[in-house]
Design a protein around this ligand. Structure first.
Ligand code: ATR
Length: 275
């Protein structure tokens, strides 16, 4: 018996690591379902959803460039997807097709796993960047009661996010040293430091002692930022766990089992990244 077919849909899709991790969980929990990558060009999106029920999909993940465009084909979206303006997970609920966003729970789940106690009350976070990952981080950190400051090369983009969510501040990079002195958590959400991109060049000297440093970049796993932070005695959190933890809710919705982020799964992905 087949327990259901799930997908990850994007354009292009060849480089997605999601099939590897959902495939691991399907095997681990002996679920006779499937999870397959599907390349859907923007002009084929309407056709994909027109045939959704007949195709027998239990749901799936949505990635670039469809995270916003899928919303019009869904019956409703959850609070996180509405706040972030992006859907990354689709599932059925009581006959309705629902879209959610799990980036934020993935982000928080990773920090909880690798830096327990990081969110002690009254903490201050500094987020570098102002793209989709910065939004998810800002939304999640505010939910946990931290005060949030966003710093970005283009200050207006950081200010826009701060205004959108309210109760946080947006800045240009010139504000960074002053913000670091008060920060309990520093998060890089820019693509700087990623393989093939320029390095992230910031001075960590002003950073408050004891602050946790988190890079959402996970290729390479050990970014220059994390190396520099560790050399200064800070606890560090790499970005791989965000990919793993954001997948948990989708798997639970589609296959009815809450999967565990195991050391074995982490090792599997690390091997793939290093290959
Ligand atoms: P995503 O949605 O994946 O988070 P994005 O929207 O492409 O990514 O945003 C990338 C982030 O990296 C932005 O904050 C960008 O800064 P700008 O808003 O000023 O473009 C930042 N970034 C990318 N390249 C950069 C560089 N060379 N120097 C500084 N910031 C950079």
């Amino acid at each position: 018996m087949t327990a259901g077919r799930a997908f990850v849909m994007g354009h292009p899709i060849a480089h997605s690591r999601s099939p590897m991790l959902h495939g691991y969980w399907l095997e681990r929990y002996r679920i006779a379902g499937s999870y397959q990558p599907i390349d859907v060009a923007p002009e084929d999106l309407a056709g994909f959803f027109a045939n959704f029920r007949e195709a027998g999909w239990v749901g799936g993940n949505v990635t670039v460039p469809h995270k916003l465009a899928v919303i019009e084909y869904l019956d409703r979206i959850d609070e996180a997807a509405a706040a972030l303006g992006a859907v990354n997970t689709i599932w059925w609920q009581d006959g309705a097709l629902v879209g959610g966003n799990t980036d934020c729970t993935g982000f928080l789940g990773n920090l909880d796993e690798l830096a327990p106690g990081w969110d002690r009350a009254g903490g201050r976070a500094v987020i570098l960047g102002a793209g989709g990952a910065a939004r998810a981080a800002a939304y999640g950190l505010r939910q946990r009661g931290l005060s949030v400051a966003l710093c970005n090369r283009t200050a207006e983009r950081a200010e826009d996010i701060a205004r959108h969510f309210g109760g946080m501040s947006g800045h240009g990079m010139d504000a960074l040293p002053g913000l670091l002195a008060e920060a309990d958590l520093l998060v890089n959400t820019t693509s700087l430091g990623m393989l093939g991109k320029p390095p992230l060049e910031i001075d960590l000297a002003p950073l408050k002692p004891g602050a946790v440093v988190h890079d959402v970049v996970y290729v390479p796993l050990e970014t220059g930022l994390l190396k520099a932070a560790r050399a200064r005695g800070h606890r560090t959190v790499d970005g791989l766990g965000m990919l793993l933890h954001q997948a948990v809710d989708g798997f639970r919705h589609w296959f009815g089992t809450t999967p565990e982020v195991t050391a074995e799964l982490r090792a599997l992905l690390i091997d793939d990244i290093r290959a």
